[in-house]
Design a protein around this ligand. Structure first.
Ligand SMILES: [Zn+2]
Length: 202
């Protein structure tokens, strides 16, 4: 089973539930859970609930298939190496898949926030693509950097949202970072043992 990060109770409140960063993180979590050949509808629903969707969330296989197509399109944004590339991908997705900017409070049940899907009852796939494009576009605008990355581990396809300041994060999780560090360490040691001409990998 995939690791699904819980949004902390402090984050899950009226004012921050719809924050841009939370929305972008939800996009990354959904792109990851939808990367399976046959994504588990329960697993997809669990991510939605973890990010503040009010339950119950029941997804049928057709809805999950639609969300998977949206996730494949969104993955391209995470694969962009530069802000220019990310903006080019996002502009194409915005042009081809989203409606005009509008504000909604979902009938007064939440804070006013921006949507670019066609209406509040849009299908899950349309909602996923539109809400994700919006959040990722704002992050490019705000940071002038690609909004996310793909995990540097060759055995992992996960995407993640790149954080603001500090050293660039390369792996989706501590687990991937540790596994790759151990593998690199072992590789170095076996190279040293086999002739001594090994150079430290850069
Ligand atoms: Zn990873």
């Amino acid at each position: 089973m995939r690791y699904i990060p819980r949004v902390s109770a402090a984050e899950d409140d009226w004012s921050t539930r719809h924050s841009v960063l939370t929305t972008a993180r939800r996009t990354a979590a959904l792109v990851n859970v939808l990367a399976d050949d046959r994504p588990d509808p329960g697993g997809v629903a669990a991510v939605l609930l973890a990010y503040g969707e009010t339950g119950p969330v029941e997804l049928d296989p057709g809805e999950v298939a639609g969300m998977r197509e949206a996730a494949d399109l969104l993955r391209e944004v995470f694969e962009a190496a530069t802000a220019d590339e990310a903006a080019t991908v996002l502009n194409r997705l915005l042009r081809e898949h989203t409606g005009p900017l509008r504000l909604t409070s979902h009938g007064g049940t939440g804070p006013w926030h921006a949507h670019i899907d066609r209406d509040d009852d849009a299908p899950w796939a349309e909602w996923l693509l539109a809400s994700s494009c919006m959040a990722l576009a704002v992050l490019v605008w705000d940071r002038q950097r690609p909004p996310g990355r793909t995990c540097a581990s060759g055995s992992c396809r996960n995407v993640f949202v790149a954080q603001g300041s500090g050293p660039e994060r390369r792996y989706c999780s501590r687990r991937c970072a540790t596994r790759e560090r151990v593998a690199a360490h072992r590789g170095r040691h076996s190279a040293e043992g086999s002739g001594g001409s090994a150079q430290d990998p850069v």
